[in-house]
Ligand binder design. Structure first.
Ligand code: ADP
Ligand code: ZN
Ligand code: MG
Length: 493
């Protein structure tokens, strides 16, 4: 019998087991060229347009390490609190696959670029500190094209544009205990890598990919269970679903006296299930050996320190500073630090306007709405922080009401003109002198004797109707507080 009082939907059987999850994330480093040659890394070119003898592995071609890729990998490692090793070694990982023309992948094995470090998860998911095992550099493989050609039913084509694209592989310790925690880890890591400019975060284009290692063990025990690895899950939602499915499958097998086979599995998003891709993983032998064509990678102390000094303030620190420095709510601060561009935009607006809460409201409201409508990032918003601060200033001065301010914003976005200029040119200034408003109030009151009678009979709610009518007559420009006072006065107090 399941006990639904403590944990709805979780059976006693499920509670008798503890899930254990470790992630391996491949992140493309945001360089213009590949890791060992000068070919472009740009996405979307015709198949094999970005290839050369080095990245398709022709005999005699020699790799030369891309310095910019190393800087980005070190940036990620330093930001994640890893120990960056002065000396690391590239190694050949040997296996045969058509998307790997050299017959080996250049990676790092026994001596990776960095070890240790970790990532603090938000308190909302339990606040776990997930430790990292290692970060190493490697090259990506090519891509098999199984569809899209007239003879795709008989042939597979190969595109080597990705072959030799620089990656870091980030490996976590098995520190996560739920599918949700793993998904949040992946999300948080993505946010940081994009923030640092290390990765473009584009999961649809394969720039960021995640493999999930999952096992379960009897609650209260410490030995790790046999794990399975779900390969290449490329959305937060699918990652959570794939892990959830795998946890349930493990528990089911073990609970029925079965045994988990260590294997690699794939997630079928349409079915919401994982299926076996290849097993006997333990028998895999990549015959790693040090890459003879590349010297050991040396990152000296001066270079590490220079990279550490150049690190931007990270999202979590910035969120906390926004709360402290600008006295904005935690909710606002979390939203405003989703991306570095948005945080910069908010902060500049808050500084110029000296009104942080109004700045936050505008960014969370109209700015995010504009971005969503256009399907673009903050860099495409045409209203600059200085221009937005100008709008906030005239609202604060009472020149326009907040309702009219929204229209002014739309006109600013459309025309690129400043707020004050638009208000002057279009006569949008708030009407806050009683002498201009009184005739309108008198007219509205005279036009609605029935409503006035109802209000006098005690129907207070009808009062707002009259205020609304006056505001309508002023095209929203009447000072709402003054209009309210004048209507009350017209009704005799
Ligand atoms: P492999 O040799 O199969 O690559 P590793 O020990 O290198 O395995 O670990 C790869 C990933 O799997 C790491 O993220 C690690 O935390 C995770 N992992 C290892 N053992 C387990 C386990 N029993 N359950 C869940 N995750 C695990
Ligand atoms: Zn090349
Ligand atoms: Mg491993």
């Amino acid at each position: 019998m399941s006990d639904t009082r403590t944990s709805p939907g979780v059976s006693d059987t499920a509670r008798a087991f503890e899930p254990v999850i470790g992630l391996e994330i491949h992140a493309q480093l945001r360089t213009a060229t590949k890791i060992f040659c000068g070919c472009s890394t740009a996405f979307g070119a015709a198949p094999n347009a970005h290839t050369c003898p080095v990245c398709v592995g022709l005999p005699g071609a020699l790799p030369v390490l891309n310095r910019a890729a190393v800087d980005l990998a070190v940036t990620a490692a330093v930001a994640l609190g890893c120990d960056v090793h002065e000396r690391s070694v590239f190694a050949r990982k040997n296996y045969f696959y058509p998307d790997l023309p050299k017959g080996y992948q250049i990676s790092q094995y026994e001596q990776p670029l960095a070890t240790g470090g970790g990532l603090q998860l938000p308190a909302s998911v339990g606040g776990t500190y997930v430790k990292l095992t290692r970060i190493h550099m490697e090259e990506d493989a090519g891509k098999s094209l199984h569809e899209g050609f007239a003879d795709s039913d008989r042939k597979t084509y190969l595109d080597y544009n990705r072959s030799g694209v620089p990656l870091v592989e980030i490996v976590t310790e098995p520190d996560m205990r739920s599918a949700e925690e793993a998904a949040v880890f992946f999300e948080t890591l993505r946010q940081i890598l994009v923030w640092l400019g290390v990765n473009d975060g584009n999961m649809d284009e394969g720039s960021l990919r995640c493999d999930a290692n999952v096992s379960v063990r009897r609650a209260g025990t410490t030995a790790l269970g046999t794990k399975t690895e779900v390969k290449n899950v490329n959305s937060f939602r699918y990652l959570e679903k794939a892990i959830q499915y795998e946890i349930g499958r493990h528990i089911d097998v073990l609970d029925h006296g079965g045994r988990i086979v260590q294997e690699t599995r794939l997630f079928d998003a349409a079915q919401g299930k994982t299926y076996s891709m290849r097993s006997k993983e333990e028998a895999h032998d990549y015959r790693y050996f040090p890459e003879p064509d590349l010297p050991p990678l040396v990152v000296d102390q001066a270079r590490r320190e220079a990279i550490a000094r150049a690190l931007p303030e990270l999202p979590d620190a910035r969120r906390r500073r926004f709360i402290a420095e600008y006295a904005i709510p935690e909710y606002d601060a979390a939203l405003l630090t989703q991306t570095r561009g948005l945080a910069d935009y908010f902060e500049e607006t808050a500084r110029i306007s000296a009104n942080p809460k109004a700045s936050s409201n505008w960014v969370m409201g109209e700015i995010l709405r504009t971005m969503k409508e256009q399907g673009t990032g903050i860099e495409s918003v045409t209203v600059t922080p200085a221009a937005l601060a100008g709008l906030i200033a005239i609202v604060d001065q009472g020149t326009v009401s907040s309702t009219v301010a929204k229209d002014v914003f739309a006109k600013m976005a459309e025309s690129g003109r400043g707020a004050a200029e638009i208000v002057a040119a279009e006569g949008l200034a708030q009407i806050s002198d009683a002498s201009s408003l009184e005739p309108i109030v008198r007219r509205v009151v005279a036009a609605h004797p029935d409503v006035v009678a109802e209000i006098r009979a005690g129907k207070d709610r009808k009062f707002q109707f009259l205020v609304g009518q006056v505001m309508k007559e002023t095209k929203g420009k009447g000072d709402p507080k003054l209009v309210t006072d004048l209507v009350r006065a017209a009704l005799g107090g």
